[in-house]
Ligand binder design. Structure first.
Ligand SMILES: C[S@@+](CC[C@H](N)C(=O)[O-])C[C@H]1O[C@@H](n2cnc3c(N)ncnc32)[C@H](O)[C@@H]1O
Length: 205
């Protein structure tokens, strides 16, 4: 798993310069609006996992204590520039969600946008998120997942190795199932785009 983690981290280091350009069509179509809505739900001490180039940073509410991590140094460099540009005081740290250095129950809210498609061991990542979130705290995710449709789902499985090798992201992750396996029993799932882009809210009971 360490080899795979390193491979994906290096891939994000490489694409960091063009990430915003590649992501721009999706940003304009819908992601921007979803990000803004998600930011309204943040409470207390907040952790963003997989901050990337910092696309959420400009929408961070000013009154919150926000820590944001990413395992790619180059992506994080871009997030730092964005935080400076928008004058946001986020605490940006180089860290792997699969093995975080935070104490148990540190955060009230943890959120991710388009991250668990590429975390090498999603189950390990979710267990770590559960550990660092206080009891009763919330985890909010916007993630693309495998469709449950027979044909579309099968197509996603077939295309997945190609997409992973080009981009490092899986298009057939079963994220709701993975959250349940990691011990999150109370989940609210909203389809944002068909059954492929989901907003998932998990309560850490
Ligand atoms: C597709 S990008 C999304 C970035 C950002 N959240 C956004 O909405 O634009 C995925 C990000 O997750 C980070 N990531 C993937 N696996 C990670 C891990 N195990 N620990 C921390 N960050 C990770 C990648 O480095 C990358 O910056």
């Amino acid at each position: 798993m360490e080899v795979l983690t390193d491979k994906i981290r290096r891939r994000y280091d490489r694409i960091s310069r063009v990430y915003d350009i590649l992501e721009n069509p999706m940003e304009r179509m819908s992601l921007k609006g979803w990000r803004i809505e998600l930011m309204k739900e943040l409470r207390g001490k907040v952790l963003e996992v997989g901050v990337g180039t910092g696309k959420n940073i400009q929408y961070y509410p000013d009154n919150l204590d926000i820590t944001a991590i990413d395992f790619s140094e180059r992506m994080l460099d871009r997030a730092r520039l964005r935080a400076a540009k928008y004058n946001k005081k986020a605490n940006l740290m180089l860290m792997d969600v699969q093995n975080m250095s935070f104490e148990d129950s540190t955060f009230d809210t943890v959120f991710t946008t388009c991250v668990f498609c590429s975390v090498p061991d999603p189950l390990k990542g979710f267990k770590e998120i559960k550990r660092v979130t206080r009891k009763g705290g919330r985890i909010i995710l916007i993630e693309h997942v495998r469709s449950e449709g027979k044909v579309v789902g099968a197509l996603m499985d077939i295309l997945n190795p190609l997409v992973v090798s080009l981009y490092g992201a899986n298009i057939n992750r079963r994220t709701v199932e993975n959250l349940k396996k990691a011990g999150f029993e109370e989940l609210q799932v909203t389809n944002l785009w068909k059954d492929i882009v989901l907003k998932i809210v998990a309560i850490n009971n």
